[in-house]
Design a protein around this ligand. Structure first.
Ligand code: XMP
Length: 335
């Protein structure tokens, strides 16, 4: 069997009666109980999602997952700030935060939930693990109305297990993120399209496609396969709302983008310098998040119109496998 990723496939246009992309509805679910107005989720990374990102994503109908690389007190105070800044406009967008699966994770989850977090994401690289089973069970005892997202996983077997353990959504993708070195360091991972396809055959809770999404075309491919949302790191890093200072270079402005398991993140947050499985880089400053998000959503709405789909439920176009020549043809290629 050939295992595929986003560049290996192309969606096939279908009959359409969509008269205006403005009428296309991108409503979706982040977990079994919580809805979003659009399918984008900011990744729980120190250089992607702190207060400003989570707050702005929420205003636009999406969600940001507050990263966990801070003390419990600090994370708690960000959640309280998010609760306090809730307005009628985004009253229904959930508040979401990450915890680990060992150490202080239970106290952290308790503090976050008491402060107003409605979704807790168990943020571990290998989610098909007994620690995750135990963590889901324990977090579920804190408050029944809180949804738990578990991952990351790459197989149908893992999806079935996590669902049986009580996960309310699955975070899917192993080693495919733009800064990941997991596949190089360990040899493990499954290309994203195959990984999503296999998991979506058995998923009965929403699937979050995570890692390796570089364009609105990739977002559209993940949604077309049946993912309910996509989680974005590099596409949102470098925006005004991403944490971190602007870095001035001769050729322009930048911000840092560091893998959650990178040397840089471990040094920044005073963690033990072991098990480095991520890179760190600087990324061009992109300006305000709303401009970046609207442009991504324009691309996704356009994709739905190519498929004749009014909403994400209807968006199940056929896809085909392409060759390297197809990949070259897909990019601007004027000689
Ligand atoms: P993108 O491609 O959107 O990916 O930048 C974001 C996702 O990458 C994962 N991630 C990591 N994976 N080592 C890894 O192996 C890391 O240091 C690392 N940091 C982030 C994570 O799933 C994130 O959502």
């Amino acid at each position: 069997m050939i295992n595929l990723t986003y560049d290996d496939i192309q969606l096939v246009p279908g009959y359409s009666e969509i008269s205006s992309r403005k009428n296309i509805d991108l409503k979706t679910k982040i977990t079994t109980r919580f809805d979003l107005q659009m399918p984008l989720v900011a990744a729980p990374m120190g250089t992607v999602c702190d207060f400003a990102m989570a707050n702005e994503m929420r205003k636009m109908g999406g969600v940001g997952c507050l990263h966990r690389f801070m003390s419990i007190g600090e994370q708690e105070s960000v959640i309280k700030k998010l609760v306090a800044s809730r307005t009628e406009d985004h009253i229904n967008m959930p508040i979401m935060a990450a915890v680990g699966a060992n150490g202080d994770f239970f106290e952290r989850a308790q503090a976050l939930i008491q402060s107003g977090a409605e979704i807790v994401l168990i943020d571990v690289a290998h989610g098909h693990h007994k620690n995750v089973k135990d963590a889901i069970e324990k977090i579920k005892t804190i408050k029944s109305s809180v949804d738990v997202i578990a991952g990351n996983i790459a197989t149908a077997k893992a999806a079935i297990d996590l669902q049986n353990w009580g996960a309310d959504a699955l975070r899917v993708g192993v080693g495919g993120g733009s800064l990941c070195t997991t596949r190089i360091k360990t040899g493990f991972g499954v290309p994203n399209v195959t990984c999503l396809t296999e998991i979506l055959k058995v998923a009965n809770v929403p699937v979050i496609a995570d890692g390796g999404i570089r364009t609105s075309g990739d977002i559209s491919k993940a949604l077309a396969l049946g993912a309910s949302t996509v989680m974005l790191g590099s596409l949102l890093a470098g925006t005004e709302e991403a944490p971190g200072l602007l870095i001035q270079k001769n050729n322009g402005l930048y911000k840092k983008y560091s893998g959650a398991a990178s040397f840089d993140t471990k040094v920044t947050y005073g963690q033990e310098i072991r098990n480095i499985e991520g890179e760190s880089t600087i990324i061009s400053y992109k300006g305000k998040l709303d401009m970046v998000v609207s442009s991504l959503l324009d691309g996704v709405k356009s994709a739905l119109s190519y498929a004749g789909a009014n909403n994400l439920k209807e968006f199940r176009p056929e896809y085909i496998q392409i060759t390297n020549s197809g990949i070259n043809e897909a990019k601007p290629h004027l000689i």
